[in-house]
Write a protein that binds this ligand. Sequence first.
Ligand SMILES: Cc1cc2nc3c(=O)[nH]c(=O)nc-3n(C[C@H](O)[C@H](O)[C@H](O)COP(=O)(O)OP(=O)(O)OC[C@H]3O[C@@H](n4cnc5c(N)ncnc54)[C@H](O)[C@@H]3O)c2cc1C
Length: 508
Amino acid sequence: MQRKVRKIVIVGGGTAGWMTAAALARMSTGMKYSIELIESDEIGIVGVGEATIPPICDFNRSMKIDENEFMRATQASFKLGIEFVDWHRLGESYIHPFGFYGVQMHGIYFHHFWLRHRAQGGSMPPEVFNQNIMACRQGRFGKILPTDMLPIAQVAYAYHFDAGLYAAFLRRLAEADGVRRIEGKIVSVQQNGEDGFIESVKLADGREVAGDLFIDCSGFRGLLIEQTLHAGYEDWREWLPCDRAMAVPCERVSATTPYTRSTSREAGWQWRIPLQHRTGNGYVYCSEYLSDDEAASKLLGRLDGAALAAPRPLRFVAGRRKEVWKKNVVALGLASGFLEPLESTSIHLIQAMIARLLFFFPGDGIDQATIDRFNLLARAELEEIRDLLVLHYMATERDDTPFWRHCRAISRPESLRLRWDMYEQNGGIFIEPSVLFKEPSWFAIFEGQGVRPRSYHPFADIPSDEELARRFALMSGDVQKRVATFPMHDDYIRAHCAAPPMMKEKMA
Ligand SMILES: Cc1cc2nc3c(=O)[nH]c(=O)nc-3n(C[C@H](O)[C@H](O)[C@H](O)COP(=O)(O)OP(=O)(O)OC[C@H]3O[C@@H](n4cnc5c(N)ncnc54)[C@H](O)[C@@H]3O)c2cc1C
């Protein structure tokens, strides 16, 4: 397409649509693009994305969003990691933390030294070297004070928030920055007769909205990318068999945990996400092994507090859109593919794709080389996350239900096999520079799921036994000292970012 991009049309006003609108409007200040967003109140949004990962803080910062204001507006709480309950064995739990264990020494990751410690019969668990895990266990949250001189990195954290409120919050920013919202249902799409590029969309009331670049944030249906351009979908159910979720909010009844909880269940797993005004819950399951009615009744029977709504069923197919950018359409959010929220990655993927779109933003026209690069990067990003999710299902000793026996028999994607075999051999974790999940994440999940390496890096033997014991005592002591300075999570929220009580009542 040789014409310059002047007018951008975003189809969809869920989390993806409003994140995109707000970011495009703010980042392109001075470029005088016209940005319009179409959403349909009749269709509505998915709105259950509530748990995030640390890069969301960068997104908000880049948008110059005040953290406390955002927390109040979205009923948010802080998140330091995810607790996985019953995933390795029934009765066991571990935490996948954001942030590092210990410190690197002799140019190698800390976990090699810990593997040596265990091989020598040591009894210190890895979690005592990680401030996030220790803070989770104690229900604390804090940030490093300027007076803190401990040699441990800043606390890596993310948020739990109400996705509907977040979209509304971003909508206010986007509209203030000039985005025009159009309410209406798209009923047809007009393409250029020669190259098939999309020229305009038509609404049910007859209005027509034309554009140069279309961002498809229409959710699972992929109105432009799939229903119009037929980009194709790669189905990953052979690795990730869950294809349904039942979601229900409930009353909050206890202290706000600074972490998400994921509990493995008979045919999938259950999430628990604490917000200020309620707790979000859901059961992600495989329809081959559990009916919707059974899922709803099991979920309702396992809530902390009284349900605040009827359970809401959602259907999905794990996988990815083969081309997330095709012609003059870029798909973001659920329109681009879906991986279950086991590691809370969907909102992050929206953010990552927005950043990439800004990086590759078309100037004089849209060229295929840029499109190809964009699609390759999107694919690699999703495959990495897929592998991490598959690891949870496959590295388990659970074999007590047909679903778990099915999972144990899944054949690993080749990219996961390479990672897994290397870790089992010598504790090696190789991290490509661009990957999302770094060494602590892979270590936490390998270790938590019971994958035991046969050896560790030879350099881990460099310090003497006494020296290693001294360093371990120092590191775990520093973690303890740091965490002791953090207030309880609820006290932190009360002091900085509690939503006003009136709003709480309205939201519940
Ligand atoms: C069960 C489940 C749990 C999840 N949990 C998490 C989580 O914990 N963390 C996380 O990061 N992510 C999570 N996600 C993902 C997260 O919910 C989505 O990434 C996020 O909501 C983005 O959705 P979306 O904006 O792409 O689509 P949607 O919310 O579906 O929005 C689609 C928009 O398109 C509009 N639209 C569609 N068709 C038309 C039409 N014909 N005309 C006009 N407008 C139209 C709709 O009106 C709507 O505004 C979860 C998803 C599911 C399914």
